[in-house]
Ligand binder design. Structure first.
Ligand code: CP
Ligand code: NVA
Length: 332
């Protein structure tokens, strides 16, 4: 395994063995942390965390994991830096690459994080783009492994907006790890056909099954994981809400849907989720459209099958593994 100096931009760039290694390293780091064993392997290093979109989990995961490894993280948001307004990505990359040992980037198009990585000269980690959210998938797969003990052959059904970062990344991840993924949605929201083709090619090597479906009750039969994400992602205009609600309501994760899956089926969500009226957006949507949840009912979200908070915690352990593997001279 050779991770040193590499960027982590999308799972397509990594082999199944490398992905498995990162998941296993995450589990080891998690166990060490639970036992109070320090792992300050990267003392003296500095990392920049660029967030052009807001974040709770990803930002905190990078900051806490960086500190646990002995590093100094510096947070840059879209307002407080010159990025994009007065300075190009290529120039920013060369400036930050001279001061930092690694750079996290959350932003819009995937081409921006790729451009940053091309010019930085240090590892760049994708903290979410419109197209991909690769560190989220490592956390999801660690969570699935903790639940079931293995990944290969697990049937995961992704419900809802399957054409954005989460649908795309889960499809790539499942293809790489030999899993069975069904992307279930209105066909307007199916992933890009070129990416589906690429994943089906990967599946030929790994034994994965990649399916698209418009029928939720059929799709979830035998599923061990039902996964969903918001219907409107960061950066999308408010004007799409009405259409998304009418197109995607049949793909909401409900108790009936969960009951139609495998008896051990777990519910997963990258979060944040719209499952009640305790958020400003939740309240606005209720006032405008009269619905009290969107992609998942509160009943499922709060049920015993829901593993969303373990999944959220695992963001930190998996991001730690990515930084350790790509920054350290030693192999762990
Ligand atoms: N899942 C996830 O990326 O959450 P944040 O937007 O809070 O980072
Ligand atoms: N699809 C969501 C994922 C959030 C983690 C978004 O891009 O807003």
């Amino acid at each position: 395994m050779n991770f040193k100096g590499r960027s982590f931009l999308k799972l397509l760039d990594y082999t199944p063995e490398e992905i498995e290694y990162l998941i296993n390293l995450s589990a080891r780091l998690k166990a060490e942390k639970k036992q109070g064993i320090a792992h300050r392997h990267l003392v003296g290093k500095n990392i920049a965390l660029i967030f052009e979109k807001t974040s709770t989990r990803t930002r905190c995961a990078f900051e806490v994991a960086g500190a646990d490894l002995g590093m100094h993280p510096v947070y840059l948001d879209s307002q407080g830096s010159q990025i994009g307004k007065k300075e190009s990505i290529a120039d920013t990359a060369r400036v930050l690459g001279g001061m930092f040992d690694g750079i996290e980037y959350r932003g819009y198009g995937q081409e921006l994080v790729e451009e940053l990585a091309k010019h930085a000269g240090v590892p760049v980690w994708n903290g979410l783009t419109n197209e991909f959210h690769p560190t989220q998938i490592l956390a999801d797969f660690l969570t699935i492994k903790e639940q079931f003990g293995y990944l290969k052959g697990i049937k995961l059904v992704y419900m809802g907006d399957a054409r954005y970062n989460m649908g795309n990344s889960l499809m790539v991840g499942c293809a790489k790890m030999g899993m069975h993924i069904v992307l279930c949605s209105n066909k307007k929201y199916f992933p890009d056909s070129e990416l589906v083709k690429t994943c089906k090619e990967i599946a030929k090597q790994t034994g994965a099954i990649i399916e698209l479906s418009e029928n939720p009750m059929e799709a979830v039969k035998g599923a061990k994981v039902i996964y969903t994400d918001v219907w409107v992602s960061m950066g999308e205009p408010d004007s799409v809400w009405q259409e998304r609600i009418s197109d995607l309501t049949p793909y909401r994760v409900t108790k009936t849907l969960m009951e139609n899956a495998d008896k051990d089926c777990v519910f997963m969500h990258c979060l944040p989720a719209f499952h009640d009226l305790k958020t400003a957006i939740g309240k606005t949507i209720y006032e405008k459209y009269g619905i009290d949840c969107m992609e998942v009912t509160d009943e499922v979200f709060e049920s015993r099958a829901s593993v969303v908070f373990s999944e959220a915690e695992n963001r930190m352990h998996t991001i730690k593994a990515v930084m350790l593997a790509t920054l350290s001279d030693k192999e762990f």
